[in-house]
Design a protein around this ligand. Structure first.
Ligand SMILES: [Zn+2]
Length: 351
């Protein structure tokens, strides 16, 4: 699982330029799926097999990113965030000092996400909150002309680009949101492929543009009529200093988390109860949760008439360059999904 998560999380897939991730999904899923489709907006859909209600495991390809809005005379890249909804730079948004990767149509280019520091910013200015123009990318290039020759200009994306590592019992890196979910979907698909008796018609889906408003998932219902969906995403935990456990009682290593409500919707109660029941029947640890500041592709699917649940894996430091997960939670999520799919549709009482 670690190797799979490392491979997926280190792919560059900023919102709006998810090609590397979608190419990976189409190829890897194509090795075991009966059919693979890419839609007009580049969602990837793979039919694993089985017969019955159509069930999709849905994860998103995109990761948090910045976009180039202009290039300075000296060759620095000025930045804007992936979504206007952030407003001013929030306190938790921490790109500074990270290795950068510029993802342009012409190629990928390394840099560093920088800001003026120490000796050159003194006095009252030092006390102010950051603005977007306080951060920039230094490519080690000295002029706008040289930057333009590389094909970098407004619209090119920028991601923070640390490597994914084991630290003690943790796996830490970028884009655990939502590549660990793609790893879970991939492992579940590989485990269930070839089983002709599956009581669902099982699909895997990788969507685009989730982080800026669930856009890829919004068009999914037009491309494939789904009965049931389980969105897979990061789960919020309160097991670090500075978080109120009354709000976030879940923890790393406690098992996958079934989310009943978030800021955008109430998930299918009977599907959610069904996931919890299957976990208990199979001695798989499971946590139940309510997320206050969160949304997932599941909300977009419910709007389009797809009965949807949200299954998450505990993740510390979400939306940062050091998103942190526990391998055992990912393995347990795979086991839970495999058991759920094999057991078949849930009745109205969630059994
Ligand atoms: Zn996500």
């Amino acid at each position: 699982m670690f190797e799979l998560v490392k491979e997926l999380s280190e792919l560059p897939g900023p919102t709006g330029h998810e090609d590397a991730v979608q190419d990976w999904a189409a190829e890897r899923w194509g090795a075991f799926a009966r059919e693979v489709r890419r839609t007009r907006v580049d969602n990837v859909l793979a039919r694993v097999g089985g017969a019955g209600p159509r069930l999709a495991l849905v994860a998103h390809a995109d990761e948090l990113s910045l976009v180039v809005k202009s290039v300075s005379d000296d060759g620095f890249l000025h930045l804007w965030p992936y979504s206007d909804s952030l407003g001013r730079p929030p306190r938790w948004f921490m790109p500074i000092g990270q290795p950068a990767l510029v993802v342009a149509s012409s190629g990928h280019f390394p840099g560093v996400i920088a800001t003026a520091t120490g000796h050159v910013v003194g006095g009252p200015k030092h006390q102010k909150d950051f603005e977007w123009n306080d951060w920039f990318v230094d490519l080690g290039i000295r002029s706008r002309e040289e930057v333009e020759e590389l094909g970098i200009g407004p619209g090119a994306r920028v991601i923070w680009n640390p490597e994914t590592r084991r630290i003690g019992r943790n796996i830490t890196g970028k884009a655990m949101d939502d590549r660990a979910a793609l790893a879970i979907a991939t492992a579940a698909g590989e485990r269930l492929a070839g089983d002709d008796d599956l009581p669902f018609e099982l699909w895997l889906v990788s969507t685009v543009q989730e982080e800026n408003g669930l856009l890829g998932a919004s068009s999914l219902a037009d491309e494939l009529r789904l009965d049931v969906a389980i969105a897979l995403d990061v789960g919020l935990t309160g097991d670090i200093p500075g978080v109120d456990e009354r709000d976030f009682p879940s923890r790393l290593g406690g098992g996958p988390m079934v989310v009943y409500q978030d800021a955008m919707c109430h998930y299918s109660r009977r599907l959610s109860d069904g996931l919890v029941a299957v976990a208990r029947e199979n001695d798989i640890p499971v946590q139940r949760a309510v997320f206050q500041h969160f949304g997932s592709d599941g909300a977009a699917l419910i709007k389009r008439g797809v009965d949807s649940a949200l299954l998450t894996y505990p993740t510390r430091y979400t939306h940062s360059p050091f998103e942190t997960v526990d391998e055992s939670d990912l393995e347990h999520a795979v086991a839970l999904l495999a058991a759920f799919v094999k057991r078949g549709p849930v009745d109205r009482e969630g059994r």
